[in-house]
Design a binder for this molecule. Structure first.
Ligand code: CP
Length: 315
């Protein structure tokens, strides 16, 4: 069954209904098989032009969008901000208007400031896809995390999900909290009190609790999601040293033993081995970190397809 995707832009999970989230995930399921073919290319977006506009470093997201564009046969333009006219004083909006004048169908944007994709969406005729804006949202990351969870747990509703680390600076945490609670999971967050304020639980109406100790968050969890310390977004010393952070908040096998026996471990990357996650946990069979990256391509294929006029399909 096909349903229209009534939005042009994908700016955040906060804006989406549960039905839209499931529709995107089901559409991604239908694209997944293309990525294991010998010839990994379909003509779905032939004639469409996608601009990747990344103002911040990225390995996974940028590569994943580029691969998704190529596998769908669209034309990709990758704008390097360091060689663009932004370095000559042009404003972000003027840059966007000039790119838009060349009639791309979609602009994928990552920026260190929250709200930049929303600003571009107001002036652009092309669809805008948020590839991460400051500490606000990273919608495609949450969608690929959900695809990984669905694949391994068969559902999201009713799961207990622990998110551990630098919650306050994390766009991944925000997008995941919106997505998981909309789909009926219970989310517990924990980390240093300076990085997980007690009133954080009110960013959603229901389904989120702040736990004072990471052991309490991990206990009985079905999914343990570990986040990196976002030092590029911190303007103060939130904990004494990385060594102490690792001792008190790092995911070790001993701490993971508190979770359910079949619990899975996720990390959005980039991962700091030996700080937020021990190497033996990251490399264990419970860790699905590379599956997350794998499913990211199918999710980005689905998002580009929907943003350029495609319809949501059932899995
Ligand atoms: N998960 C993620 O956004 O990684 P990159 O910063 O490498 O894109």
């Amino acid at each position: 069954m096909e349903k229209p995707f009534k939005r042009r832009d994908l700016l955040g999970i906060r804006d989406l209904s549960a039905a839209e989230i499931v529709g995107i995930l089901d559409t991604a399921e239908n694209f997944r098989e293309i990525n294991s073919r010998e010839i990994k290319k379909v003509p779905t977006l032939r004639g469409k032009t996608i601009i990747n506009l990344f103002f911040e470093n990225s390995t996974r997201t940028r590569t994943s969008f580029e691969i998704a564009v190529k596998r769908l046969s669209a034309d990709a333009l990758n704008i390097s901000v360091s060689t663009s006219s932004l370095t000559k004083g042009e404003t972000l909006i003027d840059t966007a208007l000039n790119l838009d004048a060349m009639a791309p169908d979609c602009i994928v944007v990552r920026h260190s400031s929250a709200g930049v994709p929303h600003q571009l969406a107001k002036v652009s005729k092309a669809a805008i896809v948020n590839a991460g804006d400051g500490a606000n949202e990273h919608p495609t990351q949450a969608l690929l995390d959900a695809m990984t969870i669905r694949e391994h747990k068969g559902k999201i509703k009713g799961l207990e999900v622990a998110i551990i680390g630098d919650i306050v600076h994390s766009r991944v945490a925000r997008s995941n909290i919106h997505l998981l609670t909309k789909l009926g999971a219970n989310v517990r967050v924990a980390g240093p009190a300076t990085l997980v304020p007690a009133d954080f639980q009110y960013i959603v109406d229901d389904g989120l609790v702040v736990k004072p100790r990471i052991e309490e968050a991990i206990e009985g969890a079905d999914v343990v999601m570990i986040l990196r310390i976002q030092r590029e977004r911190q303007d103060a010393a939130y904990f004494p040293t990385l060594g102490e952070y690792s001792i008190h908040y790092g995911l070790t096998n001993e701490r993971l033993d508190l979770a359910r026996q079949d619990a899975i471990v996720l990390h959005p990357g980039p991962m700091n081995r030996g700080i937020e996650i021990a190497s033996d946990v990251a490399d264990s069979s419970r860790s699905l970190i590379l599956d997350q990256v794998k499913y990211g391509v199918a999710v980005r294929m689905a998002v580009l397809y929907l943003a350029t006029g495609g319809t949501m399909t059932s899995a």
